[in-house]
Design a protein around this ligand. Structure first.
Ligand SMILES: [Zn+2]
Length: 478
């Protein structure tokens, strides 16, 4: 009887907290500072759409290149490891320091390597965004760089009450496999033009055999070993935090190379519990990405058949009216879920333009294919925000939603800001909905070990309960 009473009292006090917190949450919806304080402290579960190199802040990259005394082009601000032979206009960072110009260059580099101080007009925002990445690849080459970057991401996540990150980490090097027969590209393009699935599959069979013969397994194993050493050596996983990795392929490369990289990515993911998935990156509106989109879908389907246990999320529909021809807005998400069989969709911004979009939304909901929403990224790169963003469509059709950060370093943002934008802009999304999105970020993660998922869920329950009590106590009577 006493036990029953305690249970009753506890559930009563929980429902009082729930009422209090809903009331408080609704009262702050128009106030960015109040929402920021709220969401900074709210346990947010996981960040499932997170690019490793785009999430590191420019200051870190600058410290790398200055410490290595790399060179910078004084006009273009391009950074290289040494002065290119016979070229003028380059200076070592040590030289700039001597001249008292280093701080000014650092400021200019932050502006070039992120959206800081961007005025929104003098340069296309999508170009400004995507052009940062080659510089990061140069800065990241060298011992200890990846380690420092991973620890930066972890530290930031823990600080803002994020307990899991699934990051798109790096490409997989494999010099053994070179597709020297360029005829493959020609033949694949031809099969694509005819939308010839059988011919495409036959060509992919040949290419797959080639990657096997040239040692794809060995390359994947070397990569996985290195990753495991780094991950375990840094003790990234601990009581409060877990990190997992996705491999990715770059969609603007020639088709045979994309396929080779995809086989490597799937091979690695199938063999390592740390590598939980595969993705496809680079601007979707690029000429090659647009031309080869159909082929890429066939490639994913092919690899799924070879490696049925490997999960994959796909950037699809990161497009807006005006970027490409209207008819090209009608089929990318459709093809990613129906042809390629994506387990999650990244962005999906062109949903309202997709062919039979209601049917597609129902398909995603019925098949539990979540949508990874990146509000600030979409606002910056695509100029899609507020009621032009399809998030309410996804919600209306019960497509599982997860809230993600994309490239918080380049965007000078964080995961908290995504929740602030969500609460401020979409008033029909309640606190209960937002909590559901947070739980989704663990439920729909690609974590392979059920015990880790269970642990993260239990911790999330406890932390959310504590958070709600604290908010209720802090604002009672206000
Ligand atoms: Zn992305």
């Amino acid at each position: 009887m006493r036990k029953l009473l305690i249970v009753l009292l506890l559930s009563l006090s929980n429902s009082v907290h729930a009422q209090d917190i809903n009331k408080y949450f609704e009262s702050i919806r128009d106030n960015t500072a109040e929402l920021t304080a709220f969401f900074s402290q709210m346990p947010k579960g996981g960040d499932l759409h997170n690019h490793f190199s785009g999430s590191i802040y420019a200051e870190t990259y600058i410290s790398y290149v200055v410490a290595q005394d790399y060179v910078i082009n004084e006009n273009t601000l391009e950074v290289k490891t040494g002065i290119p032979k016979g070229e003028a206009g380059w200076a070592h960072f040590s030289k700039l320091k001597e001249l008292g110009q280093l701080d000014a260059y650092k400021q200019r580099l932050i502006q070039k390597w992120s959206v800081k101080d961007y005025n929104g007009v003098s340069y296309p925002s999508d170009k400004q965004f995507f052009e940062t990445f080659p510089a990061f690849n140069i800065a990241l080459k060298g011992p200890g760089r990846l380690d420092t970057g991973l620890m930066e991401l972890k530290r930031r996540a823990v600080n803002e009450n994020v307990s899991y990150i699934e990051t798109m980490f790096t490409g997989i090097p494999c010099d053994n496999i070179k597709i020297t027969d360029t005829n493959f590209n020609h033949l694949l393009e031809e099969a694509q033009q005819n939308r010839d699935e059988a011919k495409t599959a036959a060509l992919l069979d040949k290419l797959y055999k080639l990657t096997e013969d040239k040692g794809v397994k060995a390359c994947a194993a070397t990569f996985n070993d290195g990753l495991a050493k780094m991950h375990n050596g840094l003790k990234i996983d601990d009581e409060t935090f877990t990190m997992r990795y996705q491999n990715y392929v770059v969609r603007v490369l020639p088709p045979a190379d994309v396929f080779k990289d995809l086989v490597l990515a799937f091979e690695s993911a199938s063999a390592s519990p740390l590598v939980v998935g595969v993705n496809i990156v680079a601007p979707e509106d690029n000429e090659v990405s647009m031309r080869d989109y159909w082929l890429h879908m066939q490639m994913f389907r092919y690899c799924h058949n070879k490696f049925p246990s490997v999960k994959y999320a796909m950037h699809a529909g990161e497009l807006a009216l005006g970027m490409v021809k209207p008819e090209d807005l009608t089929w990318h998400i459709n093809a990613a879920v129906r042809t390629a069989g994506a387990n999650r969709i990244g962005h999906g911004v062109d949903m309202a333009h997709e062919h039979d979009s209601y049917e597609l939304l129902r398909y995603m909901a019925q098949n539990n294919i979540p949508i990874e929403i990146n509000l600030y990224s979409n606002e910056y790169i695509l100029k899609i925000k507020e009621d032009r963003h399809p998030i309410t469509l996804y919600k209306e059709f019960n497509v599982p939603i997860v809230i993600c950060s994309d490239d918080a370093g380049v965007l000078r943002s964080n995961l908290t800001q995504q929740y602030v934008l969500l609460a401020k802009r979409y008033k029909n999304i309640s606190y209960a909905d937002i909590k559901q999105f947070v739980y989704n970020s663990i439920d729909y993660s690609f974590i392979e070990e059920q015990s880790i998922k269970d642990k993260l869920k239990t911790q999330l329950n406890e932390r959310l309960e504590k958070f709600e009590k604290e908010v209720a106590a802090a604002h009672r009577g206000h």
